[in-house]
Every structure is written in structure tokens, then in C-alpha cells.
Design a protein around this ligand. Structure first.
Ligand SMILES: Cc1cc2nc3c(=O)[nH]c(=O)nc-3n(C[C@H](O)[C@H](O)[C@H](O)COP(=O)(O)OP(=O)(O)OC[C@H]3O[C@@H](n4cnc5c(N)ncnc54)[C@H](O)[C@@H]3O)c2cc1C
Length: 486
């Protein structure tokens, strides 16, 4: 694109968040010149690998309603649940892709099975309590009545809850329709990568690209998902939560034996392996997901270890006849995960520069609501600072637990994940040995850190077994946080 073209808004990132915001802005402000910048291939994008379950209650864990920040996040998800039907209808009309919802599956069944230790018990109990508290339609059903479900006897479900309002949709089809609809509204998609921001006297002037060119604009939105981390170096160290890439592997399969699943069937969320789920996409194609390990940089290739784990747990816990299914494709994406697990959404201390990322596990589901809130702010019809004050991008990390609790929780998740992976112990002992091992590993890490904070099990897992953690970027980040916010 020639540099002299006048641009009002550059959206950095062409995943579901950036594309939805550009589309919403173009619809509501037809004269605005908008560019979405991102590599055409979208390699490693979360949106290209997502389920995408449109789950709110299905995502509940025991942490969901624990703090004001997590309650605010839950409210976003509830709003999204209400927003999707109209959003899809509008997308159908404005993209001209009449069958964009062809794969929409209605209903989600959440299983409590015996395979993941007591973590699932606690998350399932939290789900039951929230369903009652918010009067959300649901039904307890007999696991034997779930079409397609046929796990190994040792992994048979104990209980099952059906959520009729929650389903899933083909993420790749929705993203493609969003791009078509946005283009029809005049949004320009530029195949390239941002290298940094042009800032003058505290005001953003545009984006510098990796190829040396520049896109000048008075408003810039950083929405590059897990790739946003390096671009946040425009802010002082420690001012914005450190970012991780939550590598997720999923596989699409073609059913050969058995009837297959008729709607989403899943477990509660589990930190190390996400929630195990099967999603029917039509014509016998099924999506099996998803793994979740955090790294400092996004990945682009599935690895043997977690791919094997995914296939094993899907076959054992969902349907042993998946053994016969054909592999259609492996999917790899990176969830944008802030160190405190909460989104980064809002204006920043750099005038004209906004951030919308950190959506972790449910950004696809929340995308219509985030698009509306961000566009409200850009058009002066609302304020992100008022709508989602907890999630302002420049903040001290939100602490959901103390360091002592974090150590215990890390061990609890470690034991549960080991059980799910097939742990067998000699008969003279029990999981206490493993619990002690995980607690000691976490405690060793914290002992070496000068300014520790309570971190979630999945964040701790990504750093405690790193032999170089003493000079790890997270230690530097925590020192900078202390200097800035203490
Ligand atoms: C396996 C898996 C399963 C998931 N399942 C679900 C689910 O069931 N439901 C749900 O709601 N969510 C799910 N998620 C989470 C969801 O996918 C994310 O929260 C959401 O897609 C994040 O969207 P995004 O646009 O912020 O990031 P991304 O989709 O990662 O998009 C970022 C884009 O920025 C581009 N980019 C990279 N570098 C640059 C640069 N320098 N300049 C410009 N652009 C750049 C990338 O190519 C990419 O296209 C899942 C994620 C994974 C990985």
C-alpha cells in the first residue's frame, strides 16, 4: 500500500479480535479509513486453531467468580452468549456467505469423569453453583444418553450437564466471512507484519512494518494475539503484563466407525490440557481439542508429545472408536495469555494507541462483545476505562491468589494432570509424593525470586522447570513491576 494513502485507523493483527473490531468499526463509521495489518498465512494464530466453542458456563472453573476481575470477565462471556445469534445473522447478510453457520452446533454437554483427579470435581461443583446462581437453563442427563460418547470403562463419566444455549462454530469459516464482510465495508487488509509503533511526544503516529515501510494513522490498535508481546516494548518495562503464548494443538478427523457426536461434548477446563472436547463440524468431520502449554514465544508446529496426549485422552475419555477415524488436519495456535490470565483491553498512556488482546481461552466467543466495546470507545460512544476497568493494559498484574496458595494449587493441578495422563503408583504409596514434588519445585522457584506474586498453575508450569529461571524474563518483569507499582 502506498505510504501517502490516508488512513484513520490501523489494526495490528488479523485474527478474530482485530478483524471483528475492523468490521464493526467500518459498519458503524462508513467514512473511516481502516487498515488491518497481519500476515496473510496467519501461521500460529489462535483464531485459526480454535474450536470455537461458544461457551460461557461450560468454561467455568472454581476461579471464575472468585474476584471482581474474574466476575467482570465472566460478565463479558455472558454478554457474548447473548450477542452471538444476532452477530451471526448480521454476518451472514453482510458477508453474503449464507451458510457461515452451517457448522453451528447447538448445545454443550459437560462431563465429570474419573480421569482428572479432584480438579474436575471442584470445577464441576463451581459450574453447578453458577448455573443455579444465574438461573441459566441446563439439564442433568444420563451419560449413557449422550450420542457418540463411548469412553473406556475406566474413564466413564460420573455425571453430565447439558447446556442448551452453548455450542460451537467453525472458527475458520467465521473468520473468512468476517474478512469478506469487512472488505465489503471498505476495510483494507495488508499482508505484512508490524515491527513497532511510530510515537512522537507521547502520541502514536503510525506503525512501522518489518519490511521497512510505514503506515501512518492517528489511531492504532494492537490486537496481534500472542504475537503482541514484543510490540508492547513500546511501553516501559513492567507497565504491561508479560505475555505468554498458550500453545494449543487440535486435530480434525473424519469419522469412520461409530455415529459420532451430535453436539459439543467436553470436560471442565483443566490447566495443563485445557478442557478436552469433541465438536461435530458436519459430514462426519469432528474437531478434537485441545492442549494448552504456555511458552514465551508462539509455536507453529504440533509436537509429538502433546499430539499423542490429545489423541490418547480423546480416545480414552470420549470415544474409543476414534481409533478408526482419519486425520484430516492438525491445527496449532497460540492463545494470547497475560501473566495474570486476564485480557488487556483499553487505551494506553500513548495517545491514540489502544490494546485488545490477552483473551486466553475464550476470545473467539467474546469477540462480538469486545468489538462493540472497542468501537464504542473509538467513536466516543463509550469508554473502555469505564466498561472494563480491570483490564486496562497498563496495570499491576491482577493477583488471584497468594504465593502460598499458588504453590499448593500448582501441586494440585500437577497431580490431577498426572492422573489424567495415566499415572500408576506402587501400592505402598499415594499421590502425596507427587504433591510434595510439585510443591517443592514451585517453592524453589519462588525462593529464587525477589518480588514474587501468586501465579496460576499453567504460568508456573512454564517457568519452574526452566533451569535458567534465575535470569528468566519473568524474573526481570517481576522486578520491574515491583519498582513501578510497589
Ligand atoms: C487450540 C485452541 C483452541 C481454542 N478454543 C477456543 C474456543 O473453543 N472458544 C473460544 O472462544 N476461544 C478458543 N480459543 C482461544 C481463541 O482462539 C483466542 O482467544 C482468540 O482467537 C484470539 O484472537 P486474536 O485475534 O487476539 O489472536 P490470533 O488469532 O492469534 O490473531 C493474531 C493475528 O496477528 C497476526 N500477527 C502476528 N504477528 C503480527 C505482527 N507483527 N503484525 C501484525 N499482525 C501480526 C497473526 O498472524 C494472527 O493472524 C482457542 C485457542 C486455541 C489455540
Amino acid at each position: 500500500m502506498p505510504e501517502q494513502d490516508s488512513i484513520d485507523v490501523v489494526v495490528v493483527g488479523n485474527g478474530v479480535i482485530g478483524t471483528s473490531i475492523a468490521y464493526e468499526l467500518a459498519r458503524r463509521s462508513p467514512g473511516t479509513s481502516i487498515v488491518v495489518l497481519g500476515p496473510r498465512h496467519r501461521s500460529g494464530a489462535a483464531s485459526m486453531a480454535a474450536g470455537a466453542m461458544l461457551n460461557t458456563f461450560g468454561e467455568i472453573t472454581k476461579y471464575t467468580l472468585m474476584s471482581p476481575a474474574s466476575q467482570a470477565k465472566f460478565q463479558l462471556c455472558r454478554d457474548a452468549l447473548d450477542a452471538w445469534p444476532a452477530w451471526l445473522e448480521q454476518l451472514k447478510q453482510e458477508s453474503g456467505v449464507a451458510d457461515v453457520d452451517k457448522s453451528l452446533s447447538h448445545g454443550t454437554t459437560v462431563l465429570l469423569n474419573a480421569k482428572s483427579g479432584h480438579l474436575d470435581d471442584e470445577n464441576f461443583a463451581a459450574l453447578l453453583a453458577a448455573l443455579a446462581k444465574f438461573d441459566e437453563p441446563h439439564e442433568e442427563i444420563a451419560p449413557a444418553d449422550i450420542p457418540g460418547l463411548d469412553p473406556l470403562a475406566e474413564a466413564r463419566p460420573l455425571r453430565a450437564l447439558h447446556l442448551p444455549r452453548e455450542g460451537a462454530i467453525d472458527a475458520r469459516a467465521v473468520l473468512s466471512a468476517l474478512e469478506t464482510a469487512a472488505t465489503r465495508h471498505g476495510v483494507r487488509f495488508v499482508d505484512g507484519e508490524a515491527a513497532g509503533f511510530e510515537v512522537e511526544n507521547g502520541t502514536v503516529r503510525g506503525v512501522s512494518l518489518a519490511d521497512g515501510s510505514t503506515l501512518s494513522a492517528g489511531t492504532v490498535l494492537l490486537a496481534a494475539g500472542s504475537f503482541s508481546g514484543p510490540l508492547t516494548s513500546v511501553f516501559e518495562e513492567g507497565s504491561v503484563p508479560a505475555m505468554f503464548a498458550g500453545k494449543g494443538i487440535a486435530v480434525q478427523t473424519q469419522r469412520r466407525v461409530g455415529v459420532g457426536f451430535q453436539h459439543v461434548v467436553r470436560t471442565p477446563n483443566r490447566s495443563g490440557s485445557c478442557g478436552l472436547h469433541a465438536i461435530p463440524l458436519g459430514d462426519g468431520v469432528e474437531y478434537l481439542g485441545a492442549t494448552n502449554l504456555l511458552f514465551s514465544e508462539p509455536a507453529h508446529t504440533p509436537d509429538i508429545g502433546m499430539s499423542e496426549f490429545l489423541v490418547q485422552v480423546a480416545r480414552e475419555q470420549l470415544d474409543h472408536r476414534l481409533f478408526y477415524s482419519d486425520v484430516v488436519s492438525w491445527l496449532v495456535g497460540n492463545r494470547p495469555v497475560a501473566i495474570d490470565g486476564f485480557p488487556l483491553i483499553g487505551r494506553t498512556s500513548i495517545d491514540g494507541l489502544l490494546v485488545a488482546t490477552g483473551t486466553y481461552r475464550d476470545g473467539f466467543h467474546c469477540s462480538p462483545v469486545l468489538a462493540k466495546l472497542v468501537v464504542d470507545d473509538i467513536l466516543g460512544e463509550g469508554s473502555l476505562a469505564e466498561a472494563v476497568p480491570h483490564f486496562k493494559p497498563e496495570r499491576r498484574p491482577i493477583e488471584s491468589m497468594t504465593v502460598e496458595e499458588a504453590v499448593k494449587e500448582f501441586a494440585f493441578h500437577g497431580v490431577s494432570a498426572s492422573i489424567e495422563a495415566g499415572l500408576r503408583l506402587p501400592s505402598h504409596t499415594d499421590t502425596t509424593v507427587l504433591d510434595v514434588f510439585y510443591q517443592q519445585a514451585a517453592q524453589r522457584y519462588y525462593d529464587a525470586v525477589e518480588h514474587p506474586i501468586g501465579l496460576s498453575p499453567e504460568v508456573l508450569l512454564s517457568i519452574v522447570f526452566d533451569p535458567d529461571h534465575a535470569d528468566h524474563r519473568i524474573t526481570r518483569y517481576l522486578n520491574a513491576v515491583h519498582a513501578r507499582y510497589a
